[in-house]
Design a binder for this molecule. Structure first.
Ligand code: ADP
Ligand code: MG
Length: 437
């Protein structure tokens, strides 16, 4: 920390994001607005969480702050006068060079800055030491566990001495225990002031992680992404997930994230009426049926508090969320104020036999998921009743990046097969109306 900076400089934010708007793919179609009028500031000595659902534009915002994406409108500035505020980023997928050792992977960041070799080595070793990787300096990424790889990712970000550490879902690719160890280690380093950084901006879709780690949480809405609420977390550290005040805060954030939009307002959520561009999560028909059954049965009889339901079904609340949202999309259930409530169609589904369930599912799939209806329409219209997957991938890539487009199509294939509204031949990548086998 720079003790000689004029006092006024400390009161200026480290970064100031104003009215940022970003639209992807303006070329041909209307484009996809992923960020709209986003405002945020980061100050010294705080960990700020950006909490939003998958696809809400969190990575886009982080990449904009890192200078990797140029937002379509608005400004991102670093208002401190002397010197430049520096930023570095930790990614979800560890993004290590497989042909470099741990030490070389950490040094890479400094090479770009033309730091002389000796200093490079010294600083890299210090970062490796700090993050608990000593002994692994000469190992290659493939020899490391996921947790160790992410430690390399963090060391590489820290070695350049950034003012701001941007972390994009840094723990979400790790198993539960490893993720928790890494969070705790990072928080210890932070509280002890051992990391040479001024502030952390942590992107997450995990509510408990946000409450565990952050001083401030910005709740991000979807479609387009926008900061809709700011919550200060004043719980003493180290925080305990079982603490009633901790639980209450998690519940409160749940309620806010599932709040029903005011009458007349467009409905908040993962699935606005986005037509073919609606990104779908990987949720299986088994998971949907399982949740409907659990909800219909005792003790819930149709309405459950989501965090409580998660506890009793041994799901992480963040795993349950996408399933609940898909039930809402299908109008089998409704999310409101942290509760999930079965709608009449959901009750009928719970009570129905296998065939009746499939028929009900098919009707709702065609009515609620535009891509499924579109595929079916194309197959009906074509004399051959065949269509290649590439045709639909092309169409949805007008709205979604490649990864989301593929995931979305795979989800619809799985749902469509269960509903028997079309068949899909994996080897030929071909949709058809042949009798599903
Ligand atoms: P998050 O990190 O919250 O999951 P992202 O910022 O990754 O959200 O993505 C927001 C939306 O923008 C998604 O619908 C995604 O498919 C889309 N998107 C992301 N990157 C690109 C890109 N390079 N081109 C087109 N669309 C993109
Ligand atoms: Mg992301």
């Amino acid at each position: 920390m720079n003790n000689f900076a004029p006092v006024f400089a400390q009161t200026l934010p480290l970064v100031d994001v104003r009215h940022v708007r970003h639209v992807y793919g303006k070329g041909s179609g209307p484009g996809l607005t992923v960020l709209d009028d986003v405002n945020l500031t980061l100050h010294d000595n705080e960990i700020v969480g950006l909490l939003g659902r998958s696809g809400s534009g969190k990575s886009t915002l982080l990449r904009s702050i890192a200078g990797l994406v140029q937002p379509s409108e608005g400004s991102i500035s670093f208002p401190r006068p002397q010197g430049q505020t520096t930023v570095s980023m930790v990614f979800q997928s560890f993004a290590l060079f497989p042909w470099l050792t741990v030490l070389q992977n950490v040094e890479v960041g400094l090479e770009a800055k033309r730091v002389p070799p000796e200093e490079r080595r010294r600083r890299a070793l210090a970062a490796i030491d700090l993050i608990g990787l000593d002994g692994f300096e000469s190992a290659y990424p493939k020899e490391l566990s996921g947790g160790m790889r992410q430690r390399v990712g963090i060391a590489r970000a820290l070695v350049v001495d950034p003012d701001i550490l941007l972390m994009d879902e840094p723990f979400s690719a790790l198993d539960v225990l490893t993720a928790e160890t890494l969070r705790t280690d990072l928080l210890d380093l932070w509280s002890e002031g051992r990391m040479p950084i001024k502030s952390i901006l942590l992107v997450t879709h995990n509510i408990e992680e946000a409450v565990l780690m952050c001083d401030r949480i910005l709740i991000f809405s979807s479609n387009p992404g926008r900061v809709v609420a700011e919550i200060r977390v004043d719980l003493p550290r180290p925080r305990n997930r079982q603490d009633p005040a901790f639980r209450a805060m998690v519940e409160d954030i749940y309620a806010r994230m599932t709040a029903r939009a005011a009458p007349g307002q467009p409905r908040e959520g993962l699935f606005p009426d986005a037509g073919l561009g609606m990104a779908l999560p990987r949720v299986s028909t088994n998971a949907m049926a399982g949740l409907i059954e659990a909800l219909a049965a005792e003790p819930y009889n149709g309405t459950a508090d989501l965090p409580q339901l998660a506890d009793q079904t041994h799901y992480e609340v963040d795993e349950l969320f996408p399933i609940a949202e898909v039930l809402q999309l299908f109008r089998f259930a409704e999310l409101e104020g942290g509760d999930l409530r079965l709608l009449p169609a959901g009750r009928r589904f719970a009570a129905a036999d296998v065939d009746a369930r499939k028929q009900l599912f098919a009707r709702h799939l065609l009515a609620c998921v535009p891509l499924a209806a579109h595929i079916r329409r194309v197959l009906d219209d074509r004399a051959s009743h065949h269509a290649p997957a590439s045709r639909f991938i092309d169409e949805i890539q007008d709205f979604l990046d490649e990864v989301s487009a593929t995931r979305t199509l795979n989800t619809v294939i799985q749902w469509g097969r269960y509903a028997e509204i079309f068949a899909y031949d994996e080897n030929a990548s071909l949709f058809s109306l042949d009798n599903p086998t």
